[in-house]
Every structure is written in C-alpha cells, then in structure tokens.
Design a protein around this ligand. Structure first.
Ligand SMILES: Cc1cc2nc3c(=O)[nH]c(=O)nc-3n(C[C@H](O)[C@H](O)[C@H](O)COP(=O)(O)O)c2cc1C
Length: 437
C-alpha cells in the first residue's frame, strides 16, 4: 500500500492533514466531510495516542478502481472479467525476506467511528485463511471489535466463503488459523472484494491484478504466508464453538447492527513493517460502498454474460440492494429474461433490479428512473417475485421478495425515444469560454 500511496501523492490524489486528530469520532467525521468533496485519499499524520499515521478513502473512487483493473473507460465489469480470465489456477507466490517487528494491538490507532458503536473497530482488516481441507486461500473483509491485546470479535456474514472455512474447521473441533491484513497492496484489496467460486484461489486473483507473483513471508505463529509488504498483520485463530457479544456497530446500510454473539479471534501475534500506516475505512462511505459495488456488479455481470446475449455493463448500489443492468436489447422480452437471471445472480443485493438501454448512465439512479418513467409502464413493465429470501441479515424477512423494472425502450418504437442532444455539446471546453484557460 505504501507504493500505492506514493503514486496517489504524485498524482495529487493524497491529501495530508498535519493537525492532530482524535481517533474517537473526529477522524471519521473529518473523513466523511472530506468524502463529500474529494475522491482522493486522506492521510492523518498525527493521531492522538497513536504511534503511526492513519490513511482513509484509499479506494473510495470508481475512477481509481477502474484504473487498477485497466478500465480507463470506467466500465469495471468487462475489465475485471478479462483480468479473472488471466488468473492462474493456483497463486504464484515468491518467498521474500521481510523485516517485521512485533507490536501490541494496543499500539494501533483505536478508531471509533459512529456514536453508538460499542468501541474502537478495525474496519479495513482483510482476513487471509486457508481452507482446513484443501488449503485454498480466501481473502475477505470482516470488521473486528477491539476487546484486548489478545482478543478481537469479528463479524462473518453467513453467505461468505470464510463462514464455510470456519464451519469446516469447527466440525473437526478445531480453530481456524487466519491473518488479518491491514494496509495491504491494492491487488490484495481488490482480490478480497472479489466474489469468485468458493474453491477458487483469491491470491491467484491478486496475481492477475499485480501482473506477476506476490511476494510473501511466513507468519510467526500460524501456518500461513502473508503478502510481505502488508503494513500491519494480526495473526490468530477463530475459536470453534465460541461466540461472544459484538456490536452495536454502524453498518454499511446506514443504521446500527445491534449487539450479537459473533466469532472470537484469539490474537497470537501482531507485526508491522517499518514506519507502518494504518488503514481506516468508514463503513457506509464511498470507500466501503464503491469497492463492494464493483465486486457485486462484476459477479452479476459474469453470471448474466454466461447465459444471455447483449449484456453491456452492470452497476449495483449495495446500500439500496439495487442492481442495474445495461443491455443492447436484441429481442422483445429480452429485458425480462435479464431481470429473471439477475434475481438469481446474487442472493443478497438484488432486492430491486432494473434493466436499461445503452444510452443510460447506470451509475446515476436519476437517469435510470428517468428511463423508466419515460419508456416504461408501471403495470406491465415491472415484475414482483414474492417470498424469495434477500439480504442475509434479515431476522424479520424485511428483505424478502424481489422487484424488477424494465426501463428499456418499447420494442419496435425505439426511434420515438431518442435522447435529445445539442450538436457539439460533448466537445465544449468551458474553461475556454469562461476565460479560465
Ligand atoms: C470494504 C468492504 C468491507 C466489508 N466489510 C465486511 C464485514 O465487516 N463483515 C462481513 O461479513 N463482510 C464484509 N464485507 C463483505 C465481504 O467481505 C466481501 O464481500 C468478500 O468479498 C466476501 O467474499 P467471499 O465470500 O467470496 O470470500 C465487506 C466488503 C467490502 C468491499
């Protein structure tokens, strides 16, 4: 991540705060205010009570994520698919000697984000674990509540691969060894976002993004190798048959998840590279939602593209559990086929699915709704599927059911719905006209 931050600095995408900031609420408040005006990263050089700087919003930009996967046209999904196709079956790793020093968890910045959070949380921690039987590595984000130097409590969503790993270990009465990576390189961050088949190797995805082998070094107390340049690593074990209270916590959906009995991560060691930078991520902010969005959209895109023609791009808004598919419509009823396939493409994030033509900006829901109200009927162009489970954290079935909306132009009447345009409008350089050049 250090090299990536240097590249952001050189590109003017890293904003430095020199004033001391309080890790309790103030750091999150300043980051959230910053994110309303900038999509760059923000580096807090002096954090009260902490021996290291904190960086946030490193990945809170669609533009930067697209650049990382080689999609200058901002079409993340097709570029991500091309990258996955290049991933080797098993990760190519290169042993490296890394100088890492032991630290205590109490040395880390204890960032508390929201008013009613139970306490300080690690929000940008990526858990690396190997499947207890096959050893296939998995990378995924799991928030962690700081309890003591020896204990974290973590939330593992029920539909995630790590849940399967943990259950397999628990069935044998064993703890699952894992390493929590904080401040990993961009290829590791992106691979952790990826939702690929459960038996696929997520470190191999990192190979594809990095364009070569990943330099790794062995952990000190668990049988895993970690990307050598990770800023901070917390080694430990997820205990079997042990759940303890975790939360409340201000989740990505915008409200608090109440206290629940969740997994216990017993810390066996923590290490840092020289002059580490701690990565803090505000849940529900662009740095949480944009990476999550691109990962879900890419999964839906892959599923649809494998079954139906004319799939151009997909966007998702995870906070709204909404998916939008852009198509090159090829036959009457095509959009309805896409809706039905999209409902099945992701269990969690397709409470509503919308299909648009190619001329719609699928990242702008105003434009998507404009397409629907101008091109579609509410009665015959919508589709309700009752009684289907939705987002996994749903004890009262509030997210059950699906709503589909066909916002494409009526078949055979496309010419009537051509968007108006001003000739030369795309080529205007306003600075020239306002004497700002
Ligand atoms: C920035 C970010 C933060 C996330 N935080 C959490 C979390 O705290 N708990 C959780 O269960 N899932 C969280 N997720 C979701 C999963 O970790 C993530 O979708 C991952 O890809 C799971 O994939 P897998 O099941 O293929 O391993 C987060 C995702 C992102 C992108």
């Amino acid at each position: 991540m250090r090299a990536y931050l240097d590249s952001l600095r050189a590109a003017g995408d890293l904003h430095v705060v020199r004033r001391e900031v309080d890790p309790k609420h103030e750091l999150a408040a300043v980051t959230a205010a910053f994110q309303t005006r900038h999509d760059g990263a923000i580096l807090f050089e002096t954090v009260r009570g902490a021996p290291m700087p904190v960086v946030s919003n490193v990945y809170g930009s669609r533009r930067r994520l697209c650049a990382l996967v080689g999609a200058p046209d901002l079409a993340f999904c097709p570029a991500w698919d091309r990258l996955l196709a290049r991933a080797p079956e098993r990760a190519e790793l290169q042993e490296a000697t890394a100088v890492r020093r032991r630290i205590a968890l109490s040395d880390l910045p204890h960032v508390t984000y929201f008013e009613k959070d139970a306490g300080p949380y690690i929000t940008a921690g990526i858990l690396l674990a190997g499947h207890p039987e096959t050893g296939v590595p998995n990378l995924s984000f799991h928030r962690a509540m700081h309890v003591s130097d020896g204990e974290l409590r973590i939330r593992i969503g029920s539909s995630h691969d790590l849940t399967r790993y943990q259950r397999a270990a628990e069935a044998k009465g064993e703890a699952l060894e894992a390493a929590m990576l904080i401040g990993a390189a961009p290829e590791i961050f992106l691979a952790a976002c990826a939702s690929i088949p459960p038996d696929a190797d997520e470190l191999a995805v990192a190979n594809a993004v990095a364009g070569g082998p990943i330099a790794v070094t062995p952990c000190e107390t668990v049988g895993l190798s970690i990307p050598a340049d990770t800023q901070i690593v917390i080694e430990g074990r997820i205990l079997p048959h042990e759940r303890r209270p975790e939360g409340p916590f201000g989740e990505f959906m915008g409200y608090y998840v109440p206290e629940e009995d969740n997994h216990v991560f017993e810390v066996t060691a923590a290490t840092a590279c020289a002059d580490p930078v701690y990565h803090a991520l505000v849940c529900g902010s662009p740095e949480d939602l944009i990476p999550l969005e691109t990962a879900i959209a890419a999964k839906v895109y892959r599923h649809l593209n494998a079954t139906l023609p004319g799939i151009v791009d997909v966007s998702c808004n995870p906070q709204l559990l909404n998916t939008v598919v852009k198509i090159d419509k090829q036959y009457e009823g095509h959009a309805r086929h896409v809706l039905m396939a999209a409902f099945g493409a992701h269990r969690d994030y397709s409470k509503t699915c919308m299909v648009t033509d190619e001329d719609v900006d699928i990242h702008d829901l105003n434009d998507v709704w404009w397409a629907f109200v101008t091109r579609g009927r509410a009665d015959t162009r919508s589709l309700v599927v009752p009684d289907v489970p939705g987002f996994y954290r749903d004890p009262h079935k509030d997210h059950w059911g699906r709503l589909g909306i066909d916002a494409t132009k009526p078949w055979g009447r496309e010419a009537e719905f051509e968007r108006k345009r001003i000739p030369g409008g795309d080529a205007v350089d306003l600075a020239e006209w306002l004497n700002e050049a």
